[in-house]
Write a protein that binds this ligand. Structure first.
Ligand SMILES: NC(=O)c1ccc[n+]([C@@H]2O[C@H](COP(=O)([O-])OP(=O)(O)OC[C@H]3O[C@@H](n4cnc5c(N)ncnc54)[C@H](OP(=O)(O)O)[C@@H]3O)[C@@H](O)[C@H]2O)c1
Length: 241
């Protein structure tokens, strides 16, 4: 199996209908040992229990920097390394939000989860990722944070609110800087899962099945050590920044 023997961690995986849980499920099905994390530790444990003995559930609020560091210590003690980190946790904008009038508390919350949460979790786990022979960091981003994505982009559409879009653009920028700094076999990429039916009524609105979004995410976990790094992809094809 493709991820046999790999140690993987997924953030924001506490919703049964969400991409995080589906990604954890697929990683485990393909042989990985998975740390399924969510803000609600009980939910994480209950969902993990459904995926077999290689999956364990853990509380992780990505905005709690100390909690990320503590979980990294736990993973170090148990495994001594991490092979795959999927930064999936996110908040969406309130419907109808505009940049001119956005509530700054909500904008701060989006930046804290999407940007600083992914940043701090990656920082905490980088020493363990460097112990892997083929480390992969997948930032689950969005075309909403790209300038030119025709469907959701910053300059081409306003389907998603600015708090979300700006935070995803910042996450894309972080991806570039981390990849520039990290040499060696590590591959750090941002991916857009595409418009995916993770919410009620999504399929009726044209959103695609969750497994298609997972394919887009796991493409970046499957890259070889000579694969691209510091880029943004959807379905394995580059997206413009
Ligand atoms: N679905 C789409 O069409 C689409 C398109 C492009 C990109 N994406 C991206 O794909 C990823 C998954 O999206 P989804 O559709 O599966 O949405 P989702 O079900 O809302 O998943 C996001 C998860 O992030 C978690 N989260 C929020 N704040 C957190 C925190 N402080 N610490 C840890 N976890 C936190 C949420 O947990 P709680 O349950 O605790 O709130 C939720 O389970 C996100 O990064 C999203 O931006 C989705």
């Amino acid at each position: 199996m493709e991820f046999d023997g790999k140690i993987a961690l997924v953030t924001g995986a506490g919703r049964e209908s969400g991409l995080g849980f589906a990604t954890a499920r697929r990683l485990a099905a393909e042989g990985a040992t998975v740390l399924l994390t969510a803000r609600d530790g009980a939910a994480a444990q209950a969902l993990a229990a459904r995926l077999g003995e290689r999956v364990t559930g853990h509380a992780l609020d990505v905005t709690d920097f100390e909690a990320g560091a503590a979980l990294a210590d736990e993973v170090k003690a148990r495994f001594g390394r991490l092979d795959i980190l999927v930064n999936n946790a996110a908040l969406t904008s309130v419907w109808g939000e505009t940049a001119a009038t956005a509530d700054m508390t909500a904008a701060r919350a989006a930046l804290e989860v999407i940007l600083l949460g992914s940043w701090s979790v990656t920082q905490a786990f980088l020493p363990l990722l460097r112990q892997s022979g083929s480390p992969r960091v997948v930032m689950v981003s969005s075309g909403a944070g790209s300038h030119n994505d025709p469907a959701f982009g910053l300059t081409t559409a306003n389907a998603m609110g600015p708090s979300y879009a700006v935070a995803k653009a910042a996450l894309n920028a972080l991806t570039v800087r981390l990849a520039l700094e990290e040499t060696g076999p590590i591959r750090i990429n941002a991916v857009c899962p595409g418009f995916t039916a993770t919410f009620p009524g999504g399929a009726e609105m044209g959103a695609r099945p969750v497994e298609d979004g997972v394919d887009s995410i796991l493409w970046a976990a499957r890259l070889g050590n000579d694969g691209p790094t510091g880029q943004l992809f959807r379905d394995g094809s580059p997206l413009p920044w």
